[in-house]
Each structure stands twice: as C-alpha cells, then as structure tokens.
Design a protein around this ligand. Structure first.
Ligand code: PLP
Length: 367
C-alpha cells in the first residue's frame, strides 16, 4: 500500500491523447487515427444524431436543470428509479462530485494500483490522501483494498472493467468488497465500460446499490453509446447521496443537445449490441494479429487492448512504438504515468483501424 497525497500530477487527464511525434514532425499525408482515448469508432445511433440536430435549432433555450427526461429514460431503460439517478457532464463530473462531497484534506481515498487516473486527480482536487492498494498482477485485489481501509478512508473507487488494464473482477468479489467495507466508507463502482462485458459473473454494479446507503455506480454515454463529444454520464445510488450530488453540481450541467441525444440513444439499445459485437470481433482479430510481434496482450473486456512490449529489445520498446505510431498519425496511449512503462493502451476501433495499427507496427518491427 502506498500513499501519494503530495505527488505531482504529471499526466494528461483522460480525453487528451498524449502525442509524441517522431522528430517533432508527423506525416501529415496520413489521416489522424486517435486510438488513445477509448472513444467508440462505431459512432452514435442515428436516433441520437437526429435528436441532437433537432435540439440544436433551439440554442436560445436553457437545458432542463434536472435532466428529467434523461433520468426517466435511463430509469426506463435499466429498470431504475429516476429519483435515484443524477446526471453529469460526463461520468467524470459525477466522480468529481462524489469526491468533493465526501472527502476533505486529511481524509483518505482508496483505489487499486493501476486504477483509473481520475481517482488520483480527484484526490489532488480535494486535498485528500490517495491510498493505493497493490493489484494482483494487473487486477484489482479485494483483500488488499480491504486491508488498506482505515478510520480516515472516506471513498473506495473501483473501475470495473478497469482503465488502463481492461481487467475486471467478478460480482462475487464486488459483493465481498461491499459487504466488508465499514458503513462510513462510500464505495464507487465506475462502470464506464460495463456495456462491453457480456459474462454471467460480471455485474454492472446496480444490484450492489440495493439496500445500501453507501454504494454508488457511475455510468457513461461516452463509450459504447458513442456520445463522448456530448459529455453525458450518470450515477445511480441511494437517495441521500444523489440528493447531495444534485445540490453540489452546476445548474444545467448537462447541456440541452447532450440530454436530447442521450434520451434518443436509449431508444436504440440495438446500436450498443452492434458496437459490442463489432468491438469483440475487432478485438479478437487485433489480439491475434498482435501476437506475431512477440508482444503480450492483457486479457481484458473493454474497448481497448493493453499491450506489453518486449523489454529485452531496447530499440523496440513501448515508447519507441508510441513515437513510431505517432509519426504515422496513429495516436495511442502510453502508460508511464501508471507505472506501466512497457505498455501501450490501444483503443479497439474498427477492423480497418486496427489493421492500420498492425501495418504500422510491421514497419516498426521490420526496421
Ligand atoms: C474508467 C473510466 N471511468 C470514467 C471515465 C470518464 O468518462 P466520461 O467522463 O467521458 O463519462 C473514463 C474515460 O475514459 C474511464 O476510462
């Protein structure tokens, strides 16, 4: 276990690809391919596009400050009480709000090693101390999290699947974590990538909330729903927490086009099914194609692959590949800020996009 309340924040927040261009100059003839931020390459539902355009013709009207239609649509889609839902400018805002409501300087916020980078960011914002529980390999370890809980712990964040690892822990482990946390600790289940996991042992976290006043789940429209540019996320939790978060957030925090687009997207769950199927297909082929380079891919279930580059080949390390890909206008995510220097995180785009990465890596490993 380590604490890092005073470490500098030396990373770029999710959303901005960390780009290094070889020799400072990218090959401008090639179109830019951003596979650094885990957006969906499969776009949004046509219903969402239509609704956004329609609402865009009334920009002089404020959005509904309570996101009422959106909360009702989410409640309807996932069989949840809309009164227990709060909406945010991306799930990032909901996560940030939880930290601001529940943590103060001197408090501890606990998360796993290789946990999503926004967790240490909210520690810096609130002045709380980040406590990092050792992972089991690249997986969240519930025993290590529980062992790190103290009287000062206010929040435990678990991204499941995790970013950047893509690994996930089963519902039995999530329940064990919840059931063994003291009542004064808020458990946040960050389910940003839950739509990509189709496994009987997986929980999107909703069931964990029932009967517990210290558990909240965060979700997003940025990934499988293909609405990253709109910034819409939401949280589902007990009335006390949702009430506090609603008091804390800005008025009109989810803009009108975002609300309209997300409501319409929810009418098209088949779009998400298509995205999951196509992502699975592309991931399987990408994973298979990557093997020829002698790299190691981490088994994960989100819309990205974490790839470990061989360290014995000193000219073919992860950062060299990052530079090479950037010079061909392919942006992927390096992971030194996670302590994973030998790894690149590459979003699974369309099969054609993944093929372009493979072709570029062929040149990288051939030289
Ligand atoms: C694990 C995880 N949680 C939350 C987010 C935030 O997503 P958004 O603010 O777009 O909803 C991301 C974005 O990459 C993520 O990877």
């Amino acid at each position: 276990m380590t604490t890092s309340s005073d470490k500098p924040v030396s990373y770029i927040a999710a959303g901005a690809p960390s780009v290094i261009k070889a020799g400072g100059v990218a090959n401008l003839d090639l179109p830019i391919l951003n596979l650094a931020t885990n957006e969906s390459s499969f776009g949004a539902s046509p219903l969402a596009l239509e609704a956004i355009q329609k609402r865009a013709s009334d920009p002089h009207r404020y959005p509904d400050p309570s996101s009422t239609d959106l909360r009702n649509a989410i409640g309807n889609a996932f069989d949840l009480d809309p009164a227990l839902i709060t909406c945010g400018n991306g799930s990032e805002e909901v996560i940030d709000g939880i930290a601001r409501v529940y943590a103060r300087p001197g408090d501890e916020i606990l998360f796993s090693e290789y946990g999503f980078l926004q967790f240490p960011i909210v520690c810096h914002r609130t002045g709380a101390t980040a406590v990092i529980a050792a992972a089991d390999g690249l997986k969240t370890d519930v025993d290590n999290l529980l062992a790190a809980v103290t009287d000062k712990t206010k929040i435990v964040f678990v991204a499941n699947p995790d970013n950047p690892t893509g690994t996930w822990i089963p519902s039995t482990e999530m329940r064990r974590l919840r059931d063994n946390l003291p009542g004064h600790v808020v458990l946040v289940v960050d389910s940003a990538y839950c739509e990509y996991v189709d496994h009987p042992d997986f929980t999107d976290g909703m069931e964990l909330v029932e009967g517990h006043d210290n558990v909240i789940v965060t979700r997003t429209f940025s990934k499988a729903w293909g609405l990253a540019g709109l910034r819409v996320g939401w949280g589902y939790g007990p009335a006390s927490m949702i009430g506090a978060l609603n008091l804390m957030r800005g008025i009109g925090n989810v803009n009108a086009m975002a609300q309209a687009g997300a409501v319409a997207a929810l009418k098209d769950p088949a779009h998400v099914d298509m995205v999951r199927t196509k992502t699975d297909e592309a991931r399987a082929k990408f994973d298979h194609d990557l093997q020829r380079f002698g790299v190691v891919t981490v088994p994960g279930a989100a819309n990205f692959v974490l790839v470990k580059f061989p360290i014995e080949n000193t000219n073919r390390r992860a950062m060299d590949a990052h530079r090479h890909l950037a010079a061909e206008n392919i942006y992927v995510r390096s992971n030194e800020d996670y302590g994973l220097d030998d790894y690149l995180r590459i979003t699974v785009g369309t099969t054609e996009e993944c093929d372009r990465v493979i072709e570029s890596l062929e040149r990288f490993f051939a030289d």
